[in-house]
Design a protein around this ligand. Structure first.
Ligand code: HEM
Length: 229
């Protein structure tokens, strides 16, 4: 069994399983973040987003999932690095480019560099928000309550910094490109693909990549264009 996980196919399977887990996280994270754009009829601006963040921060299930999420990211990064190094060692001379062309070929050839750039984005992102909420604990509170005004933290960053807006838009685009190949490839690696489904999964992968990439990018764009005022 242990030799399966150290074999190339085992590592690829685990890479895909961790990818599916991260895809699920991205769907939940994007849904929660889109609440930044939703206005409550009664409450002040950002009330809906703050309620969602408070629910996430106080929910025991989310507390258990957080370290699992960190492990999921770590596993995905370690396995991707291991497989990339292994492939490079096995194939020191690059394949001729002739049979691979277009955007799909570009993303599949550059999955590792796209992943590395997303990691850089993620580290900056965690420092912007997660660190301030969970470690520094210097986020403004709502009224006399102990509830964080996470809306003020996020909207403040985007309203104050054009550069951060661009960085987050770029982060969404990089993630979209990574997913446009990763989504279909993950199904293929775990054996959930055949000749008919390969094309469908490719299409679904593009669709998913567009939804996730656009979804994350429109948030900074919304504040950049002055809608969050
Ligand atoms: C407009 C884009 C985004 C916004 C506004 C946003 C917002 C946030 C906020 C407010 C937190 C802190 C949550 C808390 O600890 O209470 C957070 C955490 C986190 N974000 Fe994002 N995020 C964005 C994009 C992304 C992207 C693209 C990724 C993945 C590549 C990502 C991955 C994470 C992770 C791993 C955490 C830490 C886990 C957690 O606290 O849930 N975020 N994000």
């Amino acid at each position: 069994m242990s030799s399966f996980f150290t074999s190339s196919i085992g590592k690829k399977t685990l890479l895909s399983v961790s990818g599916f887990f991260l895809i699920t996280f991205l769907c939940v994270h994007l849904t929660a973040n889109l609440m930044l754009l939703v206005e409550s009829k009664e409450g002040p601006k950002g009330a809906v987003f703050n309620e969602v963040c408070h629910f996430m921060a106080s929910n025991p299930v989310v507390k258990v999932i957080e370290p699992v999420l960190a492990l999921g990211f770590a596993l995905h990064i370690v396995l991707a690095s291991w497989l990339t190094l292994q492939n490079r060692a096995a194939r020191p001379v690059k394949y001729a480019r002739s049979e691979q062309s277009g955007n799909a070929a570009w993303t599949s050839r550059n999955m590792y560099i796209l992943g590395a750039l997303i990691l850089v984005f993620l580290l900056i992102h965690l420092w912007n928000f997660w660190w301030r909420i969970k470690i520094a604990d210097d986020v403004p509170k709502i009224g006399d309550t102990e509830m964080d005004d996470t809306y003020a933290l996020v909207s403040g960053l985007f309203k104050e910094s054009f550069l951060y807006c661009l960085l987050y838009i770029l982060g969404g685009i990089l993630l979209g490109l990574h997913l446009s190949h990763g989504f279909g490839s993950a199904f293929q690696s775990v054996g959930l693909s055949n000749r008919v489904w390969r094309k469908r999964l490719k299409f679904l992968g593009y669709l998913f990549a567009i939804v996730i990439g656009t979804g994350f990018s429109i948030i900074p764009l919304y504040f950049m264009l002055g809608f969050g005022n």
